[in-house]
Structure formats: structure tokens, C-alpha cells
Design a binder for this molecule. Structure first.
Ligand SMILES: NC(=O)c1ccc[n+]([C@@H]2O[C@H](COP(=O)([O-])OP(=O)(O)OC[C@H]3O[C@@H](n4cnc5c(N)ncnc54)[C@H](OP(=O)(O)O)[C@@H]3O)[C@@H](O)[C@H]2O)c1
Length: 389
């Protein structure tokens, strides 16, 4: 990168980064070079990150991983250096956060990342870095899934306060509504005027999900043995759909073969679009069992789906194919929705540990036992910056 800026004094030539080195092995610390930003890029000093189930899929299942593999898909920190030809949006010292996943140098579990400026959001005044880091990965997932997989419109800016989508009263089922993906999906659908959202989550979350922030029209408990027939009865009696199937749109925020896909085979009909968070989890990771995943949703429960069901495997890592989202989603839409209070960050659970490695490992252990429920695991990355933490 010939036109890259030189690293200013005080920025280390290498820095610690958390990596997985073998399937189910303890995490390790590597020391990659700190890369000066090229044109349109930024170097960020990372203060906070968030864990997500993908970390477990990578560490225990080796999913799409070549070892050693740098980890982390979100960061929050402070702009250390701007590359040449920078936009006017950012300046050195700004607090920023984002969802990054494409290469080792932009992975969130390290104290410095180098990434494109369009992968960053400026921290809104009403949030701390610790709160904001719980947002970008799955808010971007919600936008990508609704627009790319369900093909429902989310125009930006919302045309007017009275604007309603054409399918505002059409049922949309969100299975796993209390997951991180589910909570952002509900908030986005509510803001854009989708009024017939059916949420599936454990009962303890139902009051919250029906409240003004999440706006679910009805809630069902996935642990109830009759959950599928309860949902069918509900949509049959409310009968808001007019395009041939009872529930034309479904988002499976969990992607568990037995826990979510199997019940959805009973609900999806010809014409239903079902977006499934990949990977499909055939066997969940645990201390004594290696997980099993499937990246091709059409190979799961073959022969059990009704003819004409449109299965879509969601892969948010492709969201940048949408040029408008590339330029506007993280730089503009995410911070605006947070600043306006339209989107509320997931409740954060701070994972403690004496070192970067210990915090990363502790967070992974919590994912392995399925501990997060309606919350996001967040933890400190660099410790040499004690302002506004
Ligand atoms: N491919 C992609 O683009 C993409 C993007 C983002 C996430 N994902 C994947 O999507 C999955 C969810 O991610 P996340 O960060 O949202 O997870 P998460 O917040 O850690 O998920 C925890 C939640 O899952 C819920 N849950 C567990 N089993 C369930 C079931 N059988 N039915 C309904 N809800 C269930 C629990 O709900 P209760 O509290 O109600 O029990 C819990 O709150 C992960 O596998 C992740 O890797 C994929």
C-alpha cells in the first residue's frame, strides 16, 4: 500500500490480537503488525468488542476458518489515524464503532484495526462505546435479511411520518425474537411500519416484545409443544394475509435444525419466504461434543418442507453487495437510528477477565453453555485508555 500514511509515534508496530489456532483449542494471542491506513481507510484503537455465536462456530466448529484465524466481528474505539483522501466525516480522536469481518486486520478482538471508513459509525452523543458495540453486527444483519432475503422495502430516509409499506398488515414471523438478531429485526420492522409481526421467544420476554419499542402483534413460546398449531390458529383467526399463504414471510434468527427449522416446516407453505441465519446448527457446540453445521439450507430437513417454500440462507457478510448500504448503512443509517432513539441497543452483559485473552476465553465459554438470553456479551479490548468507558 504505497500511499499509506506512516504510523505516528506512540502507536505500536505490532499489537495483541485474539486468534483461534485449532478446532476446540484454547484461544491464543498473536501479534500482527499495526497497519497504517491507506486511502479512504482508518486506524482505530479498539476499546470494546462484543462476542457473537459466530465466534463459537469458528472456534469449536472451525466454520469457514483457516488456522490461525483472527477473531471478532465488532469494535468500538477511537480514531487513531486517518488515511489520505479521507472524507470529512471522521477526524482523529472521534469515537467510532462498527461491524467488520473481511480480513484479519479489521477483526474486532485486537487493540488496533485498520478498515475502510465506510465500515464505521460515529458514536452518537446519547451512547457510550460499551453500549454501542452491542449494535452493529446484528442491526446490519436485520437490514440485510429483511431487504435481501425477504425482499421487503426499508426506504431510507423513511419517506414521511405517514408512510406505510404496502404489506404493512401482512404477517411476518420472527422465530427467536429475543436473540440479538431478533431484537434488532423487530425494531427495524416496527419503525418501517410492519404491523403484523409474530414473535417467537420464551415467555419471560413476551411483555417486552409486545411493548412500544419492539411492537410484536403476538408472541408465542417456542418451548410449548403445540407452538406451531397455536401460531396457525392465531393467523387463521386474525386473517390479515391476502396473498395465498397464512404467513408469507419468516425469519429464523436461530438456524437450529431441531429448535427452529423443524417447527417452521409445519408453518411454511407454497410461496412463503423463509430466511434462515446460517449456519444451520445440526448439533450445538458443548464442552464434550463437537458441533455440526450446514451452510446449505436446502440440504437440511430435505423432503419435510412443503413444495414451493422459498428457503434463503442468510449471509450478512454479503451486505456490501448493496451499494447503497455500503455507502450509507454504517456511516449514516445506524448512528442516526441510535441517536433518534429508534433503535435501542441490546442489553449488555460485561464479561470480566484479567487479560484480553481471559476475557475472550470467558466470553467463548459463556456462548458454549448458551448463556446469553436477550443480551449481548461485551468486553474490554485495550486497557490503556480510561476515558469514557
Ligand atoms: N448468517 C448470518 O448472516 C448471521 C448473522 C447474525 C447471526 N447469525 C447466526 O444467528 C444465530 C443467532 O445469533 P444471535 O447473535 O442473535 O444469538 P444470541 O442472541 O446469542 O441467541 C440467544 C437467544 O437465542 C434464543 N433461542 C435459543 N434457542 C431458540 C429456539 N429454539 N427458538 C427460539 N429462540 C431460541 C434464546 O431465546 P430466549 O431467551 O427466548 O430463550 C436466546 O435469547 C447464531 O447462530 C449466529 O451465528 C447469522
Amino acid at each position: 500500500m504505497s500511499s499509506a500514511t506512516l504510523l505516528p509515534a506512540g502507536i505500536p508496530a505490532t499489537h495483541p490480537a485474539v486468534a483461534t489456532v485449532a478446532v476446540r483449542a484454547p484461544l491464543e494471542i498473536a501479534f500482527p503488525p499495526t497497519e497504517a491506513p491507506g486511502p479512504g481507510e482508518v486506524l482505530v484503537h479498539v476499546l470494546w468488542t462484543a462476542s457473537s455465536p459466530l465466534d463459537l462456530h469458528q472456534a469449536d466448529g472451525g466454520l469457514l476458518v483457516k488456522h490461525p484465524f483472527a477473531m471478532g466481528t465488532s469494535f468500538a474505539g477511537r480514531v487513531a489515524v486517518l488515511g489520505p483522501d479521507s472524507s470529512q466525516r471522521l477526524k482523529v480522536g472521534d469515537e467510532v464503532f462498527g461491524f467488520t469481518f473481511r480480513s484479519p486486520r479489521e477483526k474486532g478482538f485486537q487493540t488496533y484495526i485498520t478498515t475502510d471508513q465506510y465500515m464505521t459509525s460515529r458514536l452518537p452523543k446519547n451512547l457510550t462505546l460499551q453500549e454501542a458495540v452491542a449494535v452493529p453486527t446484528n442491526l446490519v444483519t436485520a437490514f440485510h435479511t429483511i431487504t435481501a432475503d425477504l425482499e421487503l422495502p426499508l426506504p431510507w430516509p423513511v419517506p414521511s411520518s405517514s408512510w406505510q409499506p404496502e404489506l404493512s398488515q401482512t404477517p411476518i414471523l420472527v422465530w427467536g425474537a429475543a436473540s440479538s438478531v431478533g431484537l434488532y429485526t423487530l425494531q427495524v420492522l416496527r419503525h418501517w411500519g410492519y404491523r403484523s409481526v409474530i414473535a417467537v421467544a420464551s415467555s419471560k420476554h413476551h411483555e417486552m416484545l409486545k411493548g412500544v419499542e419492539y411492537g410484536a402483534a403476538a408472541c408465542f413460546d417456542y418451548s410449548h409443544p403445540q407452538v406451531a398449531s397455536q401460531i396457525i390458529e392465531h393467523v387463521t383467526t386474525t386473517k390479515t394475509s391476502d396473498n395465498g399463504c397464512l404467513i408469507p414471510f419468516m425469519i429464523d434468527c436461530i438456524g437450529s435444525r431441531e429448535g427452529s427449522l423443524r417447527p417452521l416446516t409445519k408453518l411454511a407453505e407454497k410461496g412463503t419466504k423463509v430466511a434462515v441465519m446460517l449456519p444451520v446448527i445440526n448439533i450445538h457446540a458443548s464442552h464434550d461434543r463437537e458441533p455440526e453445521y450446514e451452510m446449505d439450507v436446502s440440504r437440511v430437513l430435505m423432503g419435510e418442507w412443503k413444495e414451493g417454500v422459498q428457503l434463503r440462507g442468510t449471509r450478512t457478510h454479503f451486505y456490501l453487495r448493496n451499494e447503497f448500504f455500503k455507502d450509507h448503512l454504517q456511516p449514516e443509517i445506524v448512528p442516526a437510528l441510535l441517536e433518534q432513539g429508534v433503535i435501542k441497543p441490546n442489553k449488555a452483559r460485561v464479561v470480566e477477565g484479567k487479560t484480553l485473552l481471559e476475557r475472550a476465553q470467558n466470553a467463548l465459554d459463556l456462548l458454549r453453555i448458551g448463556a446469553p438470553s436477550g443480551e449481548k456479551l461485551v468486553w474490554r479490548v485495550a486497557e490503556d485508555d480510561d476515558e469514557r468507558i
